[in-house]
Design a protein around this ligand. Structure first.
Ligand code: FEO
Ligand code: CA
Ligand code: CA
Length: 688
């Protein structure tokens, strides 16, 4: 079935990355307007001699890994639609498509609602400000306080994890990232030039993570929070963290408040993440640069840290955000953090062995001999993606000693960065997205080791850098070894059924522009507005795997545009998609992709796409989110889909008085980022 494109245009005022100016300002610190921080002349795919490594020389990985996250509890579903249910498409339900994708795709639209396929219901699981800790007051945005916010669900939910909760019927632990705050939409009459201390402290408390127990309702797919559960927890911008791994205690991490270099306060800009096989959650600190003021160091410039004041002006309220006064505090952000949601009194950790960059997220799998392999993208135009291979093996069990051992797994191992080579002649990669004559954007790649952390110390593999420097200034290490400059690496996820690894590359407005890297076979379009999804074939189930084959699985956009590719599937049978960001797998091995900044006139959404069989490349849109929002944190279980609706109403010119969206509660209410559950009204599994 052909899905017509809407006759609506992208806002002419949108920013280069496709977002509203407000998104750029609050989320990324106007990253698109700043100079691209990677000014190296690192080779890109087209520069490297093709064919150094044959695609056929790399065997397919086929490890099947079971993650704790998969252990969700299915709910049965009754017919009653949610009060919040949005108008669905008028198409009849369909049973066509790959197993798991048999639903009528949602048409692209600009409805200020979460729109789901015909026959599906939805509910808001939890909103910004809902009380979760004992003693928390009800949400009152007109009288909000930092103390209240620290006991309530945070702002701008992104990554979501669901962990099993044995012994409590139909309950799970939901862990959510709170990436950043939109002060203009949180505070009536917000004066950006003169924020108050209370507003700043509310923002600190609205950042971070939430852990909240949720319960499935009998006979529906609804989820609801269980307030005051003893496992409920808030982590904020001021919670104490333990810095672990090879850079812990380094002079580079010592501050006047922490001469040990091992205790950091807070986590910031947590974007995507992962659930570990040992029952913890990982959270990437992404655009941490925007919170730090007044730096002129070259190392900070490589991370986009500004020379002047910040947007939120936190440096006026805590000197640790002023690099001129506290130069090393910024070295304590940009890591993957780990939370043990089963121990509400545990100190969360920052793992320096996974490197310091704008971590989109972190996805863990185990090698056949039980070691962790972690993939993480550095979300910046022309930056790199990474793999960490641990040297210690996971232990099974739940004793304190076993959990302590497993919490140290990400402190020892080798960090690698990816270098890709194309197999087609450079002249055939012409910047339009036209496929080369061999029919695929593809080639080979290698993981280049940067440094290895051991129990006895750390060893650098990068000439001219110490191991400490590699782990703290990881982008510079990638520069030195000639890593491949990518179109904004976002979420990365191995397919539990095939072992192939998928890397979302969201867009790159500067690709091919004067002064920037040109196209290559992995990043084949100039001024790339819509992004692509890379598929890696490697033996990640072996700790010594350093080679891979790759191809572009999707080249996103309007399927009518010849510069798109859907793994060879007929383009008149797929949904348009733009700006892939978070990725997840359903129980059948279909890849689910959420988008951020869609450039085709529709609101952002969630899409499922088959990765194997004769329907490989069949991509269908499952839902759209409200005005100004991006779709985050997808979890796709057999009977429930969970998404985080991040920054709804984030439209230029909008504020509390003049909201662009009043989702989810309607006129007269504050727009609120929230988590949404979607299920089938007839009680059957999603998409079958
Ligand atoms: Fe926070 Fe790369 O998205
Ligand atoms: Ca090729
Ligand atoms: Ca993201």
């Amino acid at each position: 079935m052909r899905i017509p494109l809407p006759l609506i245009r992208t806002s002419s005022g949108s920013h280069p990355g496709g977002r509203s100016a407000m998104t750029c300002r609050f989320r990324c610190g106007d990253a698109c307007f700043h100079e691209v921080p990677n000014t190296t002349d690192n080779p890109y795919v087209g520069d490297v001699i093709a064919g150094a490594l044959s695609r056929r020389s790399v065997m397919r990985a086929a490890a099947v890994v079971t993650a704790a996250a998969a252990a969700g509890t299915a709910a049965t579903v009754a017919a009653a639609p949610s009060a919040e249910a949005a108008p669905a498409t008028t198409d009849k339900p369909t049973n066509k498509g790959a197993r798991g994708l048999r639903f009528t795709p949602v048409a692209p639209n600009t409805t200020d609602a979460v729109t789901v396929p015909e026959g599906y219901g939805q509910n808001v699981v939890i909103r910004w400000g809902e009380p979760i800790l004992r003693g928390a007051p009800a949400f009152d945005p007109e009288k909000q306080t930092a103390k209240a916010q620290a006991q309530q669900f945070g702002y701008n939910c992104d990554f979501l994890a669901l962990l099993p909760l044995p012994g409590e019927y139909n309950r799970q632990i939901l862990v959510a990232n709170h990436e950043y705050t939109d002060e203009i939409l949180m505070f009536r009459g917000y004066d950006a030039a003169n924020p108050t201390r209370e507003q700043v402290e509310i923002a600190w408390a609205a950042h971070g993570l939430s852990a909240v127990v949720v319960e499935g309702e009998q006979k529906t797919g609804r989820l609801k929070p269980v307030p005051r559960h003893p496992l409920n927890r808030r982590i904020t911008a001021t919670t104490e963290f333990r810095i672990t791994g090879p850079a812990a205690g380094s002079d580079l991490l010592k501050t006047s408040a922490d001469p040990s270099g091992t205790k950091a306060l807070g986590t910031l800009n947590n974007c995507a993440g992962g659930t570990t096989p040992w029952g913890t959650t990982l959270h990437g600190e992404e655009n941490f640069n925007q919170y730090f003021a007044n730096s002129s160091r070259a190392t900070d410039k490589r991370y986009g840290i500004g020379t002047g004041a910040t947007e939120r002006k936190w440096e006026l309220f805590d000197k640790r955000f002023d690099v001129a006064q506290e130069p090393n505090e910024v070295h304590r952000f940009g890591y993957v953090v780990e939370l043990d949601p089963y121990d509400p009194h545990s100190t969360p950790r920052k793992h320096t062995a996974l490197g310091r960059f704008k971590h989109e997220g972190a996805t863990v799998r185990l090698t056949d001999d039980g070691r962790p392999v972690v993939y993480s993208g550095d979300d910046e135009r022309f930056d790199y993606f990474y793999k960490f291979v641990g040297s210690k093996r996971m232990k099974k069990g739940s004793s304190r000693a076993v959990r302590e051992h497993n919490l140290s797994l990400l402190d020892a191992g080798t960090l690698y960065v990816a270098k890709l080579t194309g197999d087609s002649p450079a002249i055939e990669i012409d910047g339009t997205g036209k496929l080369p004559s061999d029919g695929e954007f593809d080639g080979s790649g290698e993981w280049i080791p940067l440094a290895t952390a051991t129990a006895d110390g750390a060893v650098s593999h990068v000439e001219g850098m110490t191991a400490e420097e590699v782990f703290v200034f990881t982008r510079l290490a990638g520069d030195k070894v000639g890593a491949t400059k990518m179109d904004r690496p976002e979420d990365i996820e191995p397919n539990p059924h095939t072992g192939k690894v998928y890397v979302a590359l969201t867009n790159n407005s500067n690709r091919g522009k004067t002064g920037y890297a040109g196209v290559d076979e992995a990043n084949p379009r100039n001024s790339n507005k819509h992004g692509q999804v890379l598929e890696l074939t490697e033996r990640w189930n072996r700790a010594d795997s350093t080679k891979f084959a790759w191809s572009l699985f999707l080249v996103a956009g309007d399927p009518n545009d010849p510069a798109t590719y859907f793994a060879g599937f007929p383009k008149d049978q797929v949904s348009p998609i733009s700006c892939p960001d978070n990725v997840a797998f359903d129980p059948y091995g279909n890849l689910w992709i959420s988008t951020d900044g869609a450039q085709l006139g529709s609101h952002d959404g969630l899409f499922g796409v088959a990765t194997r069989g004769d329907r490989r490349g069949e991509l269908k849109q499952f839902l759209t989110v409200p005005k100004g929002a991006e779709t985050c944190g997808p979890i796709v279980q057999d009977r429930r889909v969970l998404v985080a609706v991040q920054h709804p109403g984030e439209i230029d010119g909008a504020d509390v008085e003049n909201p662009a969206s009043t989702w989810p509660d309607g006129p007269g209410t504050y727009v609120r980022p929230a988590v949404v559950a979607v299920w089938r009204k007839d009680g059957c599994d999603i998409g079958v």
